[in-house]
Write a protein that binds this ligand. Structure first.
Ligand SMILES: [Mg+2]
Length: 210
């Protein structure tokens, strides 16, 4: 039997939206939605600098993964991918503005992952800011700077902050794009990585082009 290929999977903004924006909205008493933003660091875009420390203290008491929103079809497509690939969730847990308090992010993310994707072995979890050190056959991430060009198949997952990256740039770097809309990103991932014959889930099968 052919050896399974290894897949590095980003978590935040790819598998789920953590409750970061909810925390911002609660803190500011605002009603922002993700598509209001075009820069990755949404906190820097809306929280006044003089309230940054106060906001990070506010974050300290919250579990951002308690009500994380799982992206449409993410679980269903991952379940299918798991038959064919070794999936390694690869994700940062450091809040650069709160290094000391970041330990709970590791714990909260770990607990969230084992309860939402129990079919992926916890031994595969990689919590790191040094994603570039890891080699795999496939990588999925919403940040261009995280995609490692030495990996054969790199997929840019659509997000509010990467819409303006041009197709020319991606083609030049050999990176594939899972469309422009996070709502359908996982169906595009399925189209790139799976064939009809490999799919068991009829709901996903319906969307496949090949
Ligand atoms: Mg991400």
């Amino acid at each position: 039997m052919e050896k399974k290929k290894n897949l590095l999977l980003d978590i935040d903004e790819v598998f789920c939206f953590p409750g970061f924006l909810d925390a911002i909205n609660e803190f500011l008493e605002s009603n922002y939605v993700l598509d209001d933003f075009s820069d990755y660091y949404i906190d820097e875009a809306v929280i006044p600098q003089e309230r940054f420390n106060e906001f990070n203290k506010f974050l300290d008491s919250r579990n951002l993964y308690e009500n994380a929103q799982i992206l449409p079809y993410a679980k269903e497509v991952l379940k299918e991918l798991d038959f064919i690939y070794n999936i390694y969730p690869c994700s940062s847990c450091i809040n650069p503005f709160n290094i000391i308090g970041s330990g709970r992010l590791f714990a909260d993310k770990y607990n969230f992952l084992i309860s939402t994707i129990p079919f992926i072995e916890p031994e595969h979890f990689i919590f790191t800011n040094a994603k570039y050190l890891f080699k795999a056959d496939i990588q999925i991430d919403d940040r261009l700077s995280n995609l490692n060009e030495n990996i054969e198949t790199c997929i840019l997952f659509p997000s509010y902050h990467n819409k303006t990256i041009s197709n020319d740039e991606l083609i030049k770097r050999g990176i594939l794009r899972a469309g422009y809309d996070w709502r359908t990103g996982w169906l595009e991932v399925a189209n790139i990585l799976l064939d009809q014959s490999q799919i068991k889930d009829d709901k996903i099968k319906r969307y496949l082009k090949k």
